[in-house]
Design a binder for this molecule. Structure first.
Ligand code: ADP
Ligand code: MG
Length: 245
């Protein structure tokens, strides 16, 4: 077995008496499309924060490509290739779509290379290409504040990809998207290179089962099951806890 890209061992996050994330262990192989599902309050967004470093763990270990990153601050984890979209937007509303993506692309270039003009030009081309990928070429000059909810989510995905992530975490990216927008998102995520490992939290199970190579079901902060999409669909425990049947 090759080394997992992301490895969680006994990860916990408590808020007082509430065990929001409770002893979660999980290995995500490089190149996986891993989905994290579970009812509201299961701990999915909190688990993402423990992976990105937005929040410290109460206990346990987070490793990226074999390196222990549990104590690293968020910006250092980002530099190592962890990129995310949040359940709640973090875009600059008064800036245009292109400016938002460009900012992320330039930040990426300046953190990996010295900030020479040639690199800046590269960032602009890359930002435009990403907007085309998410289907927002026509909206490049539009302030984010004027976009629909679904379009904003598309911009967030473009921003996350502009960081050239090794590990891309998407928290409910299809929420509020039209069926056409979410189909486009699925197509985009399917076309990501194998160098990007994807972990996606998504309520829309059509999106989950269209994409995922493996699925973890969280329930009350604990892992109920990790398995193939077919195993998860077939699990009686999952049906009961999550699918409500
Ligand atoms: P999910 O994303 O699966 O819906 P969350 O990770 O957002 O779940 O939340 C898991 C649990 O932790 C919920 O009961 C939520 O109310 C609680 N929680 C999340 N963040 C905090 C916080 N900062 N302080 C206290 N409780 C929190
Ligand atoms: Mg959430």
């Amino acid at each position: 077995m090759s080394q997992p890209l992301l490895s969680l061992s006994g990860v916990c996050r408590h808020f007082g008496a509430l065990k929001a994330v409770d002893d979660v262990s999980l290995d995500v192989p490089a190149g996986a499309r891993h989905a994290l599902i579970g009812p509201n309050g299961a701990g999915k967004s909190t688990l993402f924060k423990l992976i990105t470093g937005a929040m410290p763990v109460t206990a346990g270990r987070v490793a990226l490509a074999g390196a222990d990153i549990t104590r690293l601050p968020e910006h250092q984890r980002a530099r190592r290739g962890i990129s995310q979209t949040l359940q709640h937007s973090s875009l600059f509303l008064t800036q245009t779509v292109l400016q938002n993506v460009l900012l992320a692309a330039q930040r990426q270039h300046s953190s990996r290379h010295s900030l020479v003009p040639r690199r800046q030009a590269g960032a602009r081309e890359r930002a435009r290409a990403l907007l085309a990928d998410v289907g927002l070429e026509q909206r490049a000059s539009t302030p984010v504040a004027a976009l629909s909810h679904g379009e904003r989510r598309q911009v967030e995905v473009a921003v996350a990809l502009a960081c050239e992530p090794r590990l891309l975490l998407l928290d409910e990216p299809a929420a509020g998207m039209s069926p056409a927008e979410s189909a486009r998102l699925v197509a985009l995520l399917k076309s990501l290179p194998a160098s990007v490992t994807l972990v996606i939290v998504e309520h829309d199970l059509d999106v989950v089962f269209a994409l995922a190579t493996s699925v973890t079901v969280l329930h009350l902060g604990r892992v109920l099951l990790t398995g193939s999409p077919d195993e998860v669909r077939a699990s009686a425990a999952v049906q009961e806890a999550y699918l409500g049947t």
